[in-house]
Ligand binder design. Structure first.
Ligand SMILES: [Zn+2]
Ligand SMILES: [Zn+2]
Length: 345
């Protein structure tokens, strides 16, 4: 956490719970102490408030993303082994046994929330930032924020994820073979910089919001590329035109993203509250509304998947045939596309 939960009066140090209404972080035992502390506190109140907003918004993005990922889950997983805290081992099932495109997330295979988030995050590549682009734009409005997508090579992470495919002896490992995508935030006014790591759980990094300097010094070996918000979406759009699996996997993600955007818009309208206003609400009200938003979006996306499940199952059958007739072709095209983007960014 960037912010400590404050429980002591910022002026006298006694136990206190009256929050400064501006930053909603520092607490006071009473009016007298608050007035006495103001000359000092006003120097940092704005900064503290901004941190609070970034922390709320970043965590909300991650929760929204992971829930969306769970609702639209598309990996056929048959076993998960997380006994070794440094390894998350995932076993994919046989393709022949796979039915349909969307898969029920295997909650029975994961005990702890952090492991579940790890499974949800593993090798999601460009998807998270593409799916969350609209929500990012709503939370971090244009003039005040510069938002970019950063791909980094990580230092040896606290945990690696290893995926076994039934027909291959060599497993796929998320580190060091793959870059890691982050949302980078730069406040135009305060000049401060943060990153939001939506999918860090696959590397044993559960914290979503970091100051850029902390994240960089802890985890980043090298910055691979920097692109504007929307870069991930662009890759997904190009990939969705490749025949075979990518057309379904990337096409499904793009369609889900646009439905998700509609859901957010309609929630904002019904509640007469924008996401940007939501993260500025007073404590309890924020918690209540946030819960409400997550519930509503969860139901909305589950309903969406139910509606399109049959259509995607049919698309999946078609592309499976294409893949059998043209083995490996789509994979090579997709890899070429990723490389082209990495070099271009
Ligand atoms: Zn006091
Ligand atoms: Zn304050």
């Amino acid at each position: 956490m960037l912010l400590d939960e404050h429980t002591k009066c910022s002026a006298c140090g006694e136990a206190a719970s009256n929050k400064c209404t501006a930053c909603q972080t520092h607490v006071y035992c009473g009016k007298d102490c608050q007035i006495k502390d103001w000359p000092e506190h006003k120097k940092i109140c704005k900064h503290v408030r901004q941190e609070m907003i970034v922390e709320r918004a970043g965590n909300l993005l991650k929760e929204l993303y992971l829930d969306l990922r769970e609702k639209t889950f598309d990996n056929h997983i048959v076993q998960v082994n997380a006994k070794n805290p440094k390894e998350l081992i995932i076993y994919d099932g046989n393709l022949k046994d796979r039915v349909g495109w969307f898969q029920k997330f295997p909650n029975h295979l994961v005990e702890k929330g952090s492991i579940k988030n790890g499974v949800l995050s593993t090798l999601t590549c460009n998807e998270p930032l593409a799916l969350m682009k609209g929500a990012v734009e709503k939370l971090f409005k244009g003039d005040h924020w510069k938002t970019t997508e950063v791909e980094v090579a990580l230092n040896p992470p606290p945990r690696v994820s290893i995926i076994y495919l039934p027909d291959k002896v060599e497993p796929q490992t998320n580190w060091p073979s793959y870059g890691h995508n982050l949302l980078h935030l730069h406040s135009v006014h305060s000049k401060r910089k943060w990153v939001v790591d939506l999918t860090g759980d696959q590397y044993g990094i559960p914290q979503a919001v970091w100051t850029w300097s902390d994240y960089k010094s802890r985890y980043v070996a090298k910055i691979d590329c920097v692109g504007p918000l929307g870069s991930s979406e662009e890759i997904l759009q190009k990939s969705s035109k490749i025949n075979g699996y990518p057309s379904v996997s990337c096409g499904a993600a793009l369609e889900a993203a646009s439905r998700f955007q509609e859901g957010i818009k309609s929630w904002e309208k019904v509640n007469d509250l924008t996401l940007c206003e939501l993260v500025k609400l007073p404590g309890q009200k924020f918690k209540d509304k946030r819960r409400e938003l997550l519930n509503t979006m969860g139901i909305f996306m589950a309903q969406y998947v139910e509606n399109v499940e049959a259509a995607y199952a049919a698309k999946y059958r078609d592309v499976s045939m294409y893949e059998t007739e043209n083995p490996g072709v789509s994979l090579i095209q997709q890899m070429g596309l990723s490389k082209e983007f990495s070099n271009g960014k």
